[in-house]
Write a protein that binds this ligand. Structure first.
Ligand code: ARG
Length: 286
């Protein structure tokens, strides 16, 4: 493009822009565009991109690959749900500590982070129908004498701060027990177990099993305990965001019904799910 044509183009664009501004002045203020999104064009407003908060240090559910991309079971579930719901999503690595506040503050539209649905959390946020069954699992060194959860009563136990693992150990030892070592992430707690700083780690079974399988050098074994309650993961939205919640629930029901969920589950866990959260809402809500 020659400079004359360029200038001509810029001038025309300027006139066009002035016209748009004048037109806009006569009407109501257009809504402010979402952060990162460009101003909506007159004809087709840019689709909303839903920001999904996830603590991506939780393989195989959410982690970062070598390229820094956020990947995992939870991620693929939400991608599939979004596709069914016809919404656009963007995953944002968000530390577990404070992750729930990002919803309340409107910095994230939804969270997927292997979040256990609990009565307490339900008071401050809303959850989708469950999408995954889980329970706590104990990790200890292979040569440990620890045989059951009650054995941890007076021992040093590593947990991820503010998780359901933290809650169960707090119940056993008292929440102010100096023997509860709270870490920012579950892998950090497991590293401390390897270093000998704690006697055991209590965390979600899927993450512990994955870690033990992928860090055979750590020489860990796992111990399950019948005292651990059944847990279910849900997608979280800001309290009262019924519009988004309905989209997510519909998307979840669709991917459970058409086999997409089972495909993702099998990819990550080697076999199709047997548990209730994999079933469409009617069964899961019983
Ligand atoms: N399921 C547990 C909870 O909800 C732990 C979840 C931790 N998730 C994570 N991505 N760090 O408390």
């Amino acid at each position: 493009m020659s400079s004359i044509t360029t200038r001509h183009f810029l001038q025309s664009a300027g006139i066009l822009l002035a016209g748009l501004v004048l037109a806009a002045c006569g009407k109501q203020e257009p809504p402010a565009p979402a952060a990162g999104a460009s101003a909506p064009a007159a004809a087709a407003p840019a689709a909303k991109v839903y920001l999904v908060g996830t603590d991506a240090a939780y393989a195989p559910f959410e982690s970062q690959n070598e390229k820094g991309e956020i990947v995992g079971f939870d991620i693929e579930v939400v991608q599939a749900v979004a596709k069914k719901a016809g919404i656009e999503v963007k995953f944002v690595n968000t530390p577990w500590e404070g992750i729930f506040n990002t919803l309340a503050q409107g910095d994230r539209d939804l969270l997927v982070s292997s979040i256990t649905i609990t009565a307490e959390r339900k008071q401050t946020m809303d959850f989708s129908t469950p999408y995954f069954d889980a329970e706590q699992l104990i990790a200890v060194k292979s040569d440990s004498k620890i045989a059951k959860f009650a054995d941890l009563k007076k021992l040093k136990v590593g947990v991820q701060n503010g998780t359901t693992g933290d809650e169960v150990v707090a119940k056993l030892q008292g929440k102010d027990s100096a023997n509860i070592k709270r870490f920012e992430s579950t892998p950090l707690a497991l590293k401390e177990l390897e270093a000998g700083g704690v006697d055991a780690v209590v965390a979600d079974n899927g993450v512990v099993v994955h870690y033990v399988a992928n860090n055979t050098g750590s020489k860990f074994k796992t111990i399950s305990d019948s005292s651990f309650a059944a847990e279910q993961y849900g997608l979280a939205v800001k309290k009262g965001n019924t519009e988004l919640l309905a989209k997510l629930d519909k998307g979840l029901a669709d991917i459970k019904a058409d086999g997409t969920y089972e495909k993702i589950y099998t990819k990550y866990f080697g076999a199709p799910p047997v548990a209730s959260a994999a079933k469409p809402a009617a069964a899961a809500s019983k």
